[in-house]
Design a binder for this molecule. Structure first.
Ligand SMILES: Cc1ncc(COP(=O)(O)O)c(C=O)c1O
Length: 363
């Protein structure tokens, strides 16, 4: 065991001191004016981060719960939807659909690639009456970013479908403009760019999405958006929220407010550029993503290297957490995160640890 850990994982990410302090304060009850003030500040600051004047809902859940909440609140049993997949998280949207008896039209793209806007346009032309198109902003399994602005434009030009975006790893790391890009539902989680512990899910909804919510018939209870919106008017949540994590979120959002979104995105541009320069200089191994996101860099390991052992050794001996590949990429790539409260010096330490062990290895 090491005394100090450096987290370079793409969620959870390290926590700023003010967030740790906020989470360690004595608990307050959630049906009080004090909680109401804190909760309202979280919702208002989330609207700032989402770049929306629309409604933002908060749920006590992980990112997957927020994804599920979008499916069950926007869809009815016979709805036709398109799910664009570029990795593990698009596949998760498909699995959620199937769990609720829906059979989406899956538009798959090779791992490491982004969604091709033309292919989505053609699919929408061939399939009329699509209710919603599901997309990832950034796919954390591969480290790609999708051009959500262009994809949303195509969906709105070709159809009446809702644009539903999983920005669990993208929000507050990559530019995202909920209103300006006409996104209907954007879901996220607290533990990545939002610099908080895991435990909160959020959804931002357009007016058009609300009209659909009011008639959607898939079963739901815990994630019922209409109930959650009703409580929001009373500065409450319908059920007991993760109070300490809400306190952490309020503190983290104060940091993002003070920084401003443009500066936050620029910081992530710089951090990603720093990581990629260093990785190229010190390792010289190929990057995995064709259109890499600012959230992480996926690096392909040389054939003979056991990636799982490499990362386990670095964690055990140096206290540095770096993520490996998921599913068929397990052991074959590593994913070095550069989002949220991760700093240049954290990245330097991680790349140094990798370089010391990989010296001489060639992909
Ligand atoms: C893009 C994306 N979507 C969804 C999820 C699921 O979030 P959670 O693990 O909090 O359920 C993740 C988590 O890594 C993610 O990166």
């Amino acid at each position: 065991m090491t005394l100090k850990n450096i987290m370079l994982t793409p969620g959870p990410t390290p926590l700023p001191p003010s967030v740790l302090e906020a989470m360690s304060r004595p608990l307050i009850h959630h049906r009080t004016a004090e909680f109401g003030r804190m909760f309202t500040s979280v919702i208002e600051d989330m609207r700032f981060v989402y770049r929306t004047k629309g409604t933002v809902l908060m749920m006590t859940t992980s990112g997957t719960g927020a994804m599920e909440s979008a499916v069950v609140n926007l869809l009815s049993p016979s709805d036709l939807t398109i799910v664009c997949t570029t990795g593990a998280f698009g596949d998760r949207f498909v699995k959620i659909h199937k769990a609720f008896g829906l059979n989406p039209l899956v538009l798959p793209f090779e791992w490491g690639s982004s969604v091709n806007p033309e292919a989505l346009g053609v699919t929408l032309k061939r399939n009329k009456g699509v209710k919603a198109v599901f997309l990832q902003h950034t796919d954390t399994s591969t480290g790609v970013v999708n051009d959500i602005q262009t994809l949303s434009k195509i969906v709105h030009e070709e159809s009446d479908a809702l644009v539903v975006v999983d920005s669990v790893s993208g929000l507050a790391a990559e530019r995202l403009e909920t209103d300006a890009w006409a996104l209907d539902c954007v879901v996220t989680g607290s533990q990545k760019g939002l610099m908080n512990a895991p435990g909160l899910g959020f959804a931002a909804l357009s007016e058009k999405a609300w009209k659909v919510v009011e008639t959607a018939r898939l079963p739901k209870f815990n994630f019922d958006y209409q109930l959650i919106r009703k409580s929001l008017a009373d500065k409450e949540t319908p059920w007991t929220p993760a109070i300490s994590i809400v306190a952490g979120q309020a503190a983290a959002l104060k940091l993002l407010r003070a920084e401003g979104m443009e500066a936050c995105w620029k910081r992530h541009d710089a951090l990603a550029a720093h990581a990629r320069k260093l990785l190229t200089e010190k390792l010289g191994l190929p990057f995995y993503a064709k259109n890499p996101a600012n959230i992480l860099t996926g690096v392909v390991l040389p054939a003979g290297v056991d990636g799982s052992k490499l990362l386990a050794d670095i964690l055990r001996e140096e206290g540095i957490s770096i993520a490996g590949g998921q599913l068929h990429l397990k052991g074959k790539i590593f994913r070095l995160a550069h989002m949220g409260y991760i700093t240049k010096s954290d990245i330097d330490a991680g790349v140094d640890a990798l370089a010391r062990r990989l010296v001489g290895a060639k992909a």
